[in-house]
Design a protein around this ligand. Sequence first.
Ligand code: LLP
Length: 436
Amino acid sequence: MNEQVQPSEINAAGHLTIGGVDTLELAEQFGTPLVVYDVAAIRDQIRRFKKVFEDNDVDYEVSYASKAFSSVAIYQVMKEEGAHTDVVSGGELTTAIKAGFPMDKVSFHGNNKSLAELKLAVDHHVGMIMLDNFHEIDLLNQVLEEADTSADVMLRITPGISAHAHKYDQTGQVDSKFGFDVDSGQADKALQKVLANPRLRMHGLHGHIGSQIFELEGFELAAKKLIDIAAHWQEAFGYTAEIVNVGGGFGIKYVASDKPLRPEQFVDAIVKTIKKTAQEKGLPLPEIWIEPGRSIVGPAGYNLYTVGSRKDVPGLKPYVTIDGGMGDNIRPALYQAKYETVLARDPQAKPVETVRLAGKYCESGDIMAEAQPLPATKAGDVLVTLDTGAYGYAMASNYNRNPRPAVVFAENGKASLVIKRESYADLIHLDLPYNG
Ligand code: LLP
């Protein structure tokens, strides 16, 4: 019995459905490997986040961290849901522009934004530039002077909190490439520099402690720390922060052994901590912003694959190979991430063997699961890996010159192609002959 598959997701034929669409039909119509999103699940999670703030009666923004999955279609959904979005590159920003996403609801992050990226952001009147370092303050000032305009900014600080997550996902500890350090006085210096510049309108501070975090404690500590800094800024510089942005990082359940709280429970604890600390410090309650990525799109995403070759060696776990792998989901190879995978035609079928689920890429490390329980499978069967919606397609590559998969949005029984499958022509269209 797979806990991640709800009875309501299985249709009369016994097949797994996504957004009311049969996964075998999706595979047939669009081919595999295929990425499919359940759009209602995305909307539902945003609404749950919003409800926490409404119930706590605070001013807020839910800003979708679009590095988890960026496409024209997802920005359209965010627009429909009235969410903000956070972009981290000129590419993500350009995608949001193409989607007609309101630019005043965009925050621009990044620890090395280029002059060209800052120009793009200023030209399009991006709502908030999250200043990360002194070099960037100078670059932005240059852009603003040239355009004779001003910008809304916040300071990203390093809260100095180490969350219990995979080490690559820890961004809040002191030794981090992101944000201004607090204890050494960098953050204070940055604040003074921003306040002294009439082209920069300072709105508050931002701290993000990491990703796929299960413990409440790190978030509560970070929230308290941000308010402590805001109180210090008020006392030392007479500056009152209007906005405190606590970032994202709310962990999700990938496999049965993961036991996270619901994402909105993390947010409730953060909001309560901020309210309490602000009151203790005599600070007016700031607007509270969050930047969830994974928790919005992760559980809503599915990767569909077709089974191909199989290798059985006596005494060894068999290899069952799919038509995708590290090119469409690098997370197992990069982070040893684990997922649940089910058979599309019978998602609750009893496993009869434990196999190594191998990808098709020319690399021994391209193993999607080291120990995947599976019912009997044969070539041509469709497998569905669950909860792949965050940092899957977003981190896809053309390794081995394999085309990236198509992406489909499914909602109310209807499937819409939102990113075309790459063709071989797409793969080579940037190549030029060498005439040296
Ligand atoms: N805000 C900031 C400033 C961030 O750096 C991130 C993620 C988020 C929000 C969203 O965090 P989330 O809610 O998605 O956890 N590729 C890695 C994850 C890298 C996360 C980077 N920053 C993975 O696949 O696990």
